[in-house]
Design a protein around this ligand. Structure first.
Ligand code: HEM
Length: 162
């Protein structure tokens, strides 16, 4: 297995597999609150890039729901981070932000979708990933759509599964 590229060494704390410890909470002004579970996997092949896959499931039925995958890059010599993301809903996005300690604060810079994507369309996404002092990872996602202002959509914590 390749050695971790120094360009992404400051993201080493993300590497490996994670699984929600208790169901995550889904909310938004226009939808019924829901619960979900999620598995995350972060890996690398020695490039100055982290690869990731996030797979979410209905907490009751275990049915696969939302899925996203992509790449993480860092601007050399800075704490600037970019996520390049593809979602199964037909959305693609670039998020950029900063790494501060073991926390990533990200904001969408570019959002695009397939011509027949379901409405309402997402206009903006903000995320925070935080490694907590107890070793759990926390993700919070907010979004704005065509008809709703920026509000929280997801909150979940994960435990390392390998
Ligand atoms: C609804 C976007 C991640 C589950 C929605 C809606 C949007 C959206 C635009 C419709 C809101 C409305 O009708 O006003 C996103 C984006 C995500 C994301 C941009 C990632 C950045 C997830 C994840 C789950 C999830 C991880 C986990 C299962 C749902 C559910 C609904 C929903 C259950 C309500 C039913 C439905 O419209 O399908 N999401 N979502 N979403 N989302 Fe997400």
């Amino acid at each position: 297995s390749a050695e971790l590229n120094p360009a992404v060494r400051s993201l080493e704390w993300l590497l490996g597999s994670w699984e929600s410890d208790e169901p995550g909470e889904g909310t938004f002004s226009s939808i019924k609150p829901f619960r979900y579970t999620e598995k995350l996997h972060f890996s690398h092949v020695g490039q100055p890039v982290i690869n990731f896959m996030f797979n979410a499931f209905n907490a009751e039925s275990n049915k696969p729901l939302h899925r996203e995958c992509g790449f993480i890059r860092m601007q050399p010599g800075t704490n600037k981070v970019a996520f390049i993301i593809a979602q199964n809903s037909g959305l693609v996005e670039i998020e950029e932000g900063e790494l501060t300690g073991q926390q990533l604060n990200l904001q969408s810079k570019s959002v695009a979708r397939i011509s027949f994507a379901k409405e309402p369309h997402v206009q903006e996404i903000c995320r925070v990933f935080k490694l907590q002092s107890d070793g759990r990872l926390e993700q919070t996602v907010s979004m704005a759509t065509d008809n709703q202002p920026l509000a929280q959509h997801l909150h979940i914590t994960y435990r390392r599964s390998s």
